[in-house]
Ligand binder design. Structure first.
Ligand code: 5GP
Ligand code: MN
Length: 335
């Protein structure tokens, strides 16, 4: 790992840069990527954001969205070429290459330097330049720090500030999670000085529900929420037929798991979901209950202490059975 100080020297002449982030990018992943993209582009670099998959429509308002290259069957060769030709590959908001789907091989084989900026526990990537802090509330917070390290705070415009603010707002659960530090509030104050309209960003992210999504949430709460008060666990199981019935799009299930965790007395919540031929899981916990190691040990996953996810190797029914059988273990993951 190289000192970040040498990154400044490295970036002192124009470079070809690819910025990538985790699959199914959320506001922190995309906001960090586009925030850094604008900053580097304005400094004269040739910069492209490449995402491993598409992302929800409620993120499309971010400036630069139209220039993002979304990896899919049609664009994969192009993405791989961009990565192989890059002088620098920025890996934002993920800690292991399996989080970037089939961009893993191109990144692994790339000749360019790598920069990792991330806040997930248990880092697996060794990059040439790293800004990794698992105490940070969001990768966007670290991008702001990085811009300051590169002595570029005065270059932060509204597009950069709003992209970073979106990442911080969502990864802190609107400044509610335990990760909400005094420093993050100071960062946000600085971002507001650089032009963030907090009401606008909040509405663009949270208040653009489709009626389908709201009806789906109502249905899930009414029919699909399984609550086990004795074990202090609540979870949803959503199948592929329900995805189709409610025309669910990327992002439509985001936040659902938090309703389960909001029940008084519940300390662990999950959502187990069949989607695009995969069984995806999200875990949330409160306080000292930790879900990241559990997700890593049993469901090829990881994340943060109180918010983690994973993918199951089994079908939906078998995954639910496996999850149920592991609940006693989950209850003893107190850290
Ligand atoms: P979510 O439940 O919102 O998809 O993800 C919660 C947290 O867990 C995020 O920090 C995310 O990066 C992480 N996470 C989600 N899915 C996976 C996964 O499949 N593998 C790993 N390692 N982390 C995940
Ligand atoms: Mn994040």
């Amino acid at each position: 790992m190289k000192e970040l100080g040498t990154l400044k020297t490295f970036l002192s002449s124009p470079k070809k840069i690819v910025i990538t982030t985790h699959a199914n990018p959320d506001a922190d992943a995309l906001g960090s990527s586009l925030g850094l993209h604008h900053f580097l582009k304005n400094r004269g670099h040739n910069c492209t954001v490449v995402t491993p998959t598409d992302y929800p429509e409620f993120l499309h308002w971010m400036e630069g969205n139209d220039e993002v290259v979304v990896n899919n069957n049609d664009t994969h060769q192009h993405c791989a070429k961009l990565i192989s030709e890059a002088d620098l590959i920025c890996c934002l908001d993920f800690n292991g290459l399996k989080r970037i789907k089939n961009l893993d091989e191109p990144v692994k084989n790339a000749q360019g330097k790598t920069l990792l900026v991330d806040h997930h526990l248990n880092k697996e990537i060794e990059a040439d330049f790293e800004l990794w802090d698992d105490k940070a509330a969001a990768t966007a917070e670290l991008i702001f720090d990085l811009i300051k390290i590169l002595e570029g705070e005065s270059e932060i415009n509204t597009a950069i500030a709003e992209a970073l603010y979106a990442g911080i707002m969502t990864d802190t659960g609107s400044f509610k999670h335990g990760s909400t530090s005094a420093k993050i509030h100071r960062t946000v104050a600085d971002l507001m000085d650089h032009g963030v309209n907090v009401n606008k960003v909040s509405r663009l992210i949270y208040d653009t529900n489709s009626l389908n999504r709201l009806r789906f949430i109502g249905y899930a709460l009414m029919e699909k929420l399984i609550v086990n008060m004795d074990q202090k666990v609540a979870y949803f199981v959503i199948n592929a037929e329900e995805h189709e019935r409610f025309h669910l799009k990327s992002g439509d299930t985001e936040g659902l798991v938090n309703y389960a965790l909001s029940i008084k007395g519940i300390v662990i919540a999950a959502i187990i979901m069949e989607k695009n031929g995969e069984v995806k899981m999200s875990f949330r916990s409160v306080g000292d209950y930790a879900v990241n190691d559990f997700a890593a040990a049993h469901f090829n996953g990881g994340g943060h202490k109180n918010a983690a996810g994973g993918l199951s190797d089994l079908n939906l029914e078998a995954t639910v059975e496996k999850f149920k059988s592991l609940i006693p273990e989950l209850q003893h993951t107190l850290i």
